[in-house]
Design a protein around this ligand. Structure first.
Ligand code: IMP
Length: 429
């Protein structure tokens, strides 16, 4: 029996959705444990594109999907997602989707505050996705949050909203000069969501315990990436939740002994959306080549992603922080056509080598990447289905990543479709 966590090793957008979709075939349950609709998984099935923001990618494999207590949910977005997937022939009822009663709700004032705060920051924005994620986690920590358990109790919900809105309105009007929010309108709007979502709400932790006892296999689907983690990422240019594998336990209500493996998803190069330091960033035509060929635009916000060479310092950091047991490399095909590839093997700070990822962002900003050059390949690889059929230079690139990270690459993705994958070792088998 295997219970596997999938996490991003870089700054998100590593292509986790495709790998989760692929591995979900061997799992019984797929659980999201953090983040919210700031995430976006683009999936291509039989040439058709799907973007899931909240519902775990395993839904397309017909698996039971769960939204753990560590996630923050915008009920309007969730209902829209349920509808559009149902319209596309993927029916979603309480048999397919379970939501923890401890999951916190994104409220209209969270989105207003997220926008108002970013607007006020002028040139030094964090570049959030504007979905209200940060303000929702803030309220969770300050005990001003509202969970599904409260949503389903009409009286309690109204009381909570009324008292919270009073404080939010003071903040919105006095500090941001924004319009006040109407508590009554929120109560009305959310009453409708409560009715529609009530059948999905459950004790996810207890359901997982039961399923695991029965020998069912669970895939824990991380969102964003290790370096967007609130504790371990490039703070403050991070998201508001713990994105590392340890949070699979807290964010879904299982103990650490449940996890049997942790797969780190690594894009064959590095990308980042939003602000923050990025030592191996390419601001030249090679960066443009990767951006264009990789169609590097955010699935949630449509923003152009910044692109750079693969950074081993990031990967080794991710290996330690997540306890990775293997890697899955994605978008390897995008590098085809470049004469030379570079791998950042370390940083240099004030003329001295620096092996660890620094916590101080001023130091990180001043770090210069140390590169190792490898030969590129010109052959197209999206139709390759076996490791031995990859060009020599591609195999050397993969081998060098394994040597430098001291981790096996178990899965190699050479294109967006499920079929465009070479599985060396399936963590569920
Ligand atoms: P927030 O999560 O909307 O608060 O945004 C905080 C930072 O995390 C911003 O730089 C976002 O661009 C980034 N971010 C949030 N979610 C994702 C994601 O799914 N992929 C990549 N970056 C993300």
């Amino acid at each position: 029996m295997a219970n596997i966590v999938i996490v991003g090793t870089q700054w998100g957008d590593e292509g986790k959705g495709k790998i989760v979709d692929l591995l979900a075939e061997h799992a019984d349950i797929v659980v999201r444990f953090q983040g919210g609709n700031n995430a976006g998984h683009t999936l291509v099935i039989n040439g058709k594109k799907f973007i899931c923001h909240l519902i775990p990618s395993g839904i397309l494999q017909g698996k039971v999907c769960m939204i753990g207590n560590g996630v923050v949910v915008d009920p309007e977005v969730l209902l829209q997602e349920i509808k559009s997937l149902s319209d596309a022939g993927i029916p979603i009822g309480p048999q397919q989707l379970r939501i923890s009663d401890k999951t916190h709700l994104i409220m209209p004032y969270h989105k207003c505050i997220d926008h108002a705060r970013e607007a006020r920051k002028g040139g030094v924005k964090l570049g959030t996705t504007g979905r209200g994620i940060g303000p929702t986690y803030e309220d969770k920590a300050s005990r001003h949050g509202i969970r599904f358990a409260e949503l389903l109790d009409e009286v309690l919900f109204a009381e909570r909203v009324e008292s919270i809105v009073e404080e939010k309105n003071f903040y919105l009007t006095h500090f941001f000069s924004e319009k006040p929010i109407n508590a009554g309108a929120i109560i009305e709007e959310y009453r409708v969501y409560a009715k529609r979502l009530a059948p999905f709400v459950t004790n996810v932790s207890a359901e997982l315990e039961e399923a695991i006892k029965e020998g069912k296999q669970v895939l824990f689907e991380g969102a964003q990436g290790t370096h967007l983690d609130i504790d371990h990422g490039t703070y403050p240019y991070v998201t508001s939740s713990n994105t590392v594998a340890g949070n699979a336990c807290c964010g879904s209500g299982v103990g650490p002994k449940t996890i049997t493996g942790v797969i780190g998803i690594v894009k064959a190069y590095t990308t980042r959306v939003g602000m923050g330091p990025f030592p191996s960033e390419l601001l030249d035509e090679t960066g443009d080549f990767i951006q264009n060929k990789g169609a590097e635009f955010g699935a949630t916000t449509g923003r152009r992603r910044r692109c750079g060479w693969l950074d081993i310092v990031l990967l080794k950091n991710a290996a330690r922080l997540n306890g990775l047991t293997g890697l899955a490399i994605t978008k390897l095909d995008v590098l085809g056509g470049l004469n030379t590839l570079k791998i950042c093997t370390g940083y240099e700070y004030k003329g001295k080598p620096m092996r660890e990822f620094p916590a101080n962002l001023r130091v990180l900003e001043a770090c210069k990447p140390i590169y190792e050059a490898l030969s590129g390949w010109s052959q197209d690889i999206p139709d390759t289905r076996a490791l031995k059929d990859l060009p020599d230079a591609t195999r050397k690139y993969l081998k060098r990543i394994e040597e430098l990270t001291e981790l096996p690459i178990d899965i190699i993705s050479v294109g967006p479709d499920r079929k465009q994958t070479i599985v060396k070792k399936n963590p569920f088998l």
